[in-house]
Design a protein around this ligand. Structure first.
Ligand code: ADP
Ligand code: ZN
Ligand code: ZN
Length: 736
């Protein structure tokens, strides 16, 4: 910036996107006022130039003894965030002990992070030039990539991101076509993912639903958290829709958060059918320019409803009147790297700051939320009946001990499946493990195909005969002979979805088998296509991972089989039983959602396990009550607050040594409200070629934890980490 006459130099505190938990002082030679807090600036940082944000009032006092760099230019005239969101982001940086600059950067749509102007973006649109239109495609048979692009553009013009998505890696081809003068391009105002709803009428609310809607809508302008606990199919979504309508009618905006996988297409469709308002959708499939457009439209108040996954909590809203978090227990609300926030918890803070109601909905609420409801911090609303005519499914245990088992399926399960299929109904099988088999073993010497970079087996994928590590993604061609003794006698031990699929295809050769997991849904739109097939289908078997478990409405599924309920029983992770129960009930909830009643069969080798029995016989609320009692007794969250320092490096020792140093910084600050566990190796010590260790901090409550971490971190940041990468996770959802 050029210096203007008579303008005293100003000193600014800047939030720079680095891991360092502090602000950096820069000087500015042009006038900057309090109104610029929250505006982006380009600053020199080390040898780089970074996009940062003005964090505080300018001051005319020069800090002592330091040579300051000058900000290069101011990107925004207006702050990016409204005050309330700015407040939330600052709070989040403190609560999660994360650098403000990095928090702000995470909270921006990608194009803003790159320094693009905060205005509706325009897009490059490609079409055929008049010369291109007269090209005969058959002349291009020897240049198939050129031909494909020309053919696509003959049908319709395409914006740049669509073209590059349809034809990845085709920059060179496009360049050639441009040189031939066959393409033309122009700028067009970008599209937001905005839908105008149709306002179709829904069913009349039943008594329980009406009570819930009245509670949430009766006092607008007041903060309260409502925990809407309703079995799957009890009509929670109807409750949301009514609350949203009331909010929009008052002229306010509603923010709806949904979990990451699967739910999006169906949920969007249902919302846009029912709501008569302007709706914006933010999900991972969106292009950068659509995302920015939607974000800006919400900020300008041009949207009534914003629906999105985790990061939608960072949407700027002009006049927020309601927040809904669907499936509030879902792990996808917690970001698992760098800025490890919980979108659900931020949503509660945001509602309270904005004095608006927030609804947390789930059939299987998290133990955190249940305990908050128990202590009167949240208001519990329950839906006990399934809506309409649907009956709750019956859960039955299938004792697998000493039963004949065929590729993981007991004969009893196969029999029941047949009776449902014979009635032209659908059967859904759930197994949370993709691939063909989780272990490839030598029958002669016991050798096992391991991941070279992790402490784990490689999963065998039969279709492409490859071994893949599901933890780090490394892969190789599957060996045909043993890595130790060269024997050809290799066994596939255990079953994943791919193996079950092929076993079912052989056994039920006149029934369509549909597999839904990450391997069959990699291509864009493929999940939607499979779901559509299922919704309109009869007499099908669906086999899938948790992608199948969540949220979907499959009217013709009358039987659900859980192939392995024991996965969660033997985990060192203290949340594993809670997760297992939530997943089982989510899957079970897919059965009998329409007219026909549903049956759920759960295969287990531990039919007498007390937790399994409580869940089956007494249901989730009782199961959760018992788990809470256990957590209380041993002092685990939600009865204590937890944070984990994690460290990793290419050698085994240095992560533990580094965490030991952190422990030495923290120990003198601790009192009897604080407990430190570690440093110790992580449960899965080696992953992706790095060794991992952890140090757990437990405090009697969140406030104590906060104060403790804050006082320790300034010292910890001065430690020399050398080749160790470390991070801090506040309120971790797993202890790996
Ligand atoms: P949830 O979100 O709790 O799983 P949904 O809101 O999806 O439940 O409702 C399940 C099914 O019941 C949907 O098909 C929905 O249209 C229907 N439904 C919901 N509420 C009612 C009602 N009051 N009367 C009749 N049908 C209803
Ligand atoms: Zn061998
Ligand atoms: Zn691996």
């Amino acid at each position: 910036m050029s210096k203007q006459p008579d303008q005293p130099t100003q000193y600014l505190q800047i939030a720079v996107p680095t891991p360092l938990r502090r602000l950096f002082t820069y000087q500015a030679n042009t006038p900057i006022s309090q109104q610029h807090i929250g505006c982006r600036v380009w600053v020199p940082f080390g040898r780089r130039k970074l996009l940062a944000v003005i964090a505080t009032d300018p001051s005319s006092h020069k800090p002592n003894g330091v040579k300051l760099k000058t900000i290069e230019n101011l990107v925004d005239e207006q702050p990016l965030w409204p005050d309330e969101l700015w407040a939330m982001l600052n709070w989040a940086a403190q609560y999660y002990q994360h650098a403000l600059g990095d928090v702000l950067s995470t909270a921006m749509p990608a194009l803003l992070r790159q320094g693009k102007a905060a205005e509706y973006p325009s897009q490059l649109v490609w079409s055929l030039s008049s010369e291109g239109q007269s090209v005969n495609l058959d002349d291009l048979n020897r240049a198939p990539r050129q031909r494909a692009i020309m053919q696509a553009l003959q049908e319709t013009e395409l914006n740049d991101s669509a073209l590059r998505e349809q034809f990845p890696g085709s920059s060179e081809v496009i360049k050639k076509l441009l040189e031939k003068n066959w393409l033309s391009r122009h700028e067009q105002k970008g599209q937001a993912a905005i839908q105008q709803g149709e306002g179709e009428a829904g069913p009349a609310l039943n008594a329980e639903q009406a009570v819930a809607v009245t509670a949430v809508t009766k006092s607008p302008g007041h903060y309260a958290t409502y925990l809407l606990e309703g079995v799957t199919g009890s009509g929670k979504t109807e409750v949301y829709l009514h609350c949203i309508e009331a909010c929009v009618r008052r002229g306010q905006q509603a923010l709806i958060l949904i979990p990451e996988i699967g739910l999006t297409p169906q949920m969007i469709q249902r919302f846009s059918k029912r709501l008569d308002c302007r709706m914006g959708v933010l999900h991972s499939g969106l292009g950068d320019s659509e995302r920015l457009h939607t974000w800006l439209a919400a900020r300008a108040g041009e949207l009534d409803v914003v629906l999105g996954t985790r990061s939608a909590i960072f949407t700027a809203m002009k006049n927020i009147g309601l927040i809904i978090v669907d499936e509030e227990h879902d792990a996808s609300y917690k970001q698992q790297d760098s800025f490890r926030y919980s979108a659900r918890d931020l949503a509660i803070w945001r509602a309270s700051h904005n004095r608006c109601p927030i609804v947390l909905g789930s059939a299987t609420p998290s133990l955190e939320s249940l305990s908050n409801a128990e202590q009167g911090r949240y208001q519990l609303l329950t839906l006990k009946q399934r809506a309409g005519n649907a009956k709750p499914p019956q859960l039955k245990l299938l004792d697998m001990r000493s039963q004949p088992i065929d590729e993981g399926l007991s004969h009893r399960l196969l029999q029941v499946m047949k009776t449902h299929l014979d009635k032209n109904q659908q059967v859904l099988l759930f197994l949370n493990r993709r691939g063909f088999s989780p272990t490839l073993m030598c029958h002669d010497c016991g050798w096992i195909a391991h991941c070279p970079r992790c402490e784990t087996n490689m999963t065998y994928h039969h279709r492409d005969k490859r071994l893949r590590c599901h933890h780090c993604g490394s892969e190789r061609r599957a060996e045909l002979t043993c890595g130790e003794c060269q024997s050809e006698n290799l066994l596939n031990i255990g079953a994943g979805t791919e193996r079950i699929e092929s076993a079912l295809q052989q056994r039920f050769n006149d029934v369509e088998v549909i597999r839904i997991d990450r391997d069959t849904t990699r291509r864009k739109g493929s999940l939607e296509n499979l779901l559509k097939k299922v919704q309109h289908g009869q007499r099908q078997i669906l086999i899938g991972t948790q992608m199948l478990a969540k949220g979907h409405h499959f009217p013709n599924v009358t039987m659900v089989g859980i192939i392995d309920a024991d996965q969660g029983l033997h985990s060192p992770e203290f949340r594993a039983p809670e997760r297992m129960a939530q997943l089982i009930l989510q899957v079970a909830g897919r059965a009998g959602r329409a007219e026909q009643p549903g049956e759920v069969y759960i295969q287990t080798h531990h039919p007498d396990h007390p937790q399994v029995l409580t869940l089956i016989q007494s249901g989730y609320p009782e199961f959760a009550r018992q788990l809470l009692a256990e957590r209380k007794e041993v002092g685990l969250p939600p009865y204590t607050a937890m944070a984990i320092f994690r460290a990793e490096a290419v050698d085994r020792q240095s992560p533990q040594d580094f965490l030991q140093q952190i422990r030495q910084c923290l120990a003198p600050l601790a009192n009897n409200q604080i407990q430190l566990y570690g440093a110790m190796p992580a449960p899965m010590e080696k992953r992706a070629g790095r060794f991992r260790a952890q140090l757990i901090v437990q405090a009697s409550n969140r406030a104590t934890l906060q104060a403790f971490l804050a006082s320790g971190l300034s010292q910890i940041e001065n430690l020399k980490a050398n080749k160790v990468r470390w991070s801090l996770d506040v309120d971790p959802i797993d202890t790996y």
